[in-house]
Design a protein. Structure first.
Length: 364
């Protein structure tokens, strides 16, 4: 990429981006390119863009910075993994929000009135920029009626399987098993976005994320330990084999080369829903979910991951929460997903040799 003014687009969400030096954003754009498109921009501002992000090289010393007095220690993101944890400090000057990431020293100036976000960063702050873009777009998508599920998603032959569950349930384990042994493609490794199509159908799309996998999952697949930077003589803690707190950040570029990925902007209807609860056991079991459609819909509701909620959702207020106007459509999405055939997966999560349930359309 060479253009210094361009757009980043995810479905109907658009961000304008202006950069001083292309090198500042190349890593972030490459990461997002699994699900976002970018193209040079010839106009000052794209109609209906969420914001114009202006990226500057550090040191970045805007005049307003010296006006900030009351700084508050916060987190942009807090994870069980130090790699994904982003501590920061925040201040408000009038209607403008200031934020500085503690690790990378990336600085952000949020001006809602002007619809601009100035970012001072370096190549070390690439994931800060990714976090900003993802947060803005996920909130914009929710304001357009999208339901964000804490789920992985896989695609095969025009149909989508979503794997939904709480942290550490085994979503990524089952996703990679589907890809490795059953010809699926990865759509998403952390979030699945469900929306109502113009025809009223529920369609799901994936989301760009950084692979975060447990050693037990990584060790199953040839070449993956090296991609994750795990030494040959690594000795895992047996007590942490199925723990959500014993995971490794896996290089996303190597991960994409190792596992098949679905086409960019792919979306489609969900055929099956899997609910893993992976743990010790002699064998993996697939059992049809016994809950009612309403109970299955509630389970999915409990696994919604909104950008507007949670302990760290308020690290900026650039985008207002307008999701209340979409309550009816959100309920319709969850109700329809709850009606789908669902299966529970227990045991160690090894699917090779197991017959997967067929979707209703496969038998039609």
């Amino acid at each position: 990429m060479t253009a210094r003014s361009f757009t980043l687009t995810f479905h109907d969400s658009v961000l304008d981006v202006d950069v001083d030096h292309i090198e500042l954003v190349e890593t972030a754009v490459s990461f997002l390119s699994t699900h976002f498109t970018w193209q040079p921009r010839l106009v000052d501002r794209t109609p209906d863009s969420i914001a114009t992000i202006r990226v500057h090289a550090l040191p970045f010393e805007p005049e307003i910075w010296n006006s900030a007095v009351d700084w508050q220690e916060i987190y942009v993101r807090k994870s069980a993994s130090e790699f994904f944890t982003v501590p920061a400090r925040k201040a408000v000057v009038g209607e403008v929000e200031l934020l500085e990431c503690s690790k990378s020293r990336t600085r952000m100036v949020f001006d809602r009135a002007a619809k601009t976000i100035d970012v001072g960063t370096s190549e070390a702050g690439a994931m800060d920029l990714v976090e900003l873009v993802r947060d803005l777009v996920i909130k914009d998508q929710e304001n357009r009626g999208v339901v964000v599920l804490h789920a992985t998603a896989a695609h095969r032959e025009g149909e989508i399987t979503i794997i939904s569950g709480s942290k550490g349930a085994g979503k990524s384990t089952i996703l990679l098993e589907l890809v490795e042994h059953f010809g699926f493609e990865i759509m998403s490794g952390d979030k699945a976005l469900a929306r109502l199509s113009s025809e009223g159908d529920v369609v799901v799309t994936g989301w760009p994320d950084y692979p975060h996998l447990g050693y037990g999952t990584i060790a199953k697949y040839d070449g993956l330990p090296a991609i994750a930077g795990i030494a040959d003589d690594f000795e895992p803690d047996a007590a942490q084999a199925f723990s959500a707190y014993n995971k490794f950040a896996v290089d996303p570029s190597g991960f994409r080369e190792r596992f098949r990925s679905a086409a960019k902007n792919l979306e489609g209807t969900v055929a099956l829903v899997l609910h893993p609860n992976i743990g010790p056991g002699d064998s993996t079991q697939l059992v049809a979910a016994s809950e009612s459609a309403g109970e299955r819909a509630q389970y999915l509701r409990d696994n919604i991951e909104s950008g507007f909620s949670g302990s760290y959702a308020g690290w900026h207020t650039f985008i207002s929460d307008e999701t209340a106007v979409h309550t009816a459509s959100s309920d319709a999405i969850l109700t329809e997903l709850g009606r789908l055939e669902a299966w529970e997966v227990t045991g160690p999560g090894d699917l090779e040799g197991i017959s997967l349930p067929r979707s209703p359309s496969a038998d039609a």
